[in-house]
Design a protein around this ligand. Sequence first.
Ligand code: GLU
Length: 300
Amino acid sequence: MTSELTYRGRFAPSPTGPLHFGSLVAAVGSYLDARHHHGKWLVRIEDLDSPRCIKGAAENILSTLDAYGLHWDEEIIFQSHRTSAYQEAFRLLNENGMTYPCACSRKEIADSVLRLGCEFIYPGTCRDGLPRGKAARAWRIRVNEAHISFTDKSQGNISQDLATEVGDFVVLRADGLFAYQLAVVVDDAFQGITDVVRGADLLFSTPRQIYLQRLLGLKTPSYMHLPVAVNTQGEKLSKQTLALPVNISDSAANLYKVLMFLRQNPPVEIKRGTNSQILDWGIDNWQPGSITCHHLQVAE
Ligand code: GLU
């Protein structure tokens, strides 16, 4: 178990739009867990996928966190400034023969592969070399018989057979950007993160991240995946499903709503409190064991 003195948690939003209730759940959950353990809570802006980033969204997210009383420690890091660290990790993987160039287009993969849920399992076409006359597009990591298991603090025991359930996955994309899976591993290690608390939409990305941590000789943090907030149609709250931004004027009500969503059973009196009173109650009474172990939960 992480000692209280060394706990380092984080919230790592992608600046693709303003915070909505779903991202507020991840922010508050990671904040309460960190503060309950007298730990640090860091913020990292995941603006790596520049085509998806929206101008002004990072500033908007940060000012919303601040207005909600979610004050972070240390300097914020921006993934857009971290390319050389990702390059170095990529170089190491390359040096160890763990990467290979891939010429397949999305369409070629889609036409020839097995589909598990909404993920394609790469069939390994370029594993032993690029087909003649084809140029490299992306770079993949070799997945050799990796059966990864971990115990998630909210979702329990999770196992994934990376070779049959995911396949060789992309670490350097065809557009030249490093993939989220690589960047998150490098950055969590760089920031000394001991405890990752985030949405369960990333639960099945975690084995890929643990695999990369092992290849790069990095420590694996502990993980807690919170239920993802969905609307009554069962769709994840997101920009695509037109989730509304959380307003600053409703901050106390929204913080209370997050405590309810996380099944913390807050007393109704604190609903009329200030943000810091609500958060302090949440820190003192934090019961991660009460969080339902569902991946999805309707935000009411
Ligand atoms: N940037 C990701 C998101 O906003 C979160 C990544 C993570 O917490 O590892 O969904």
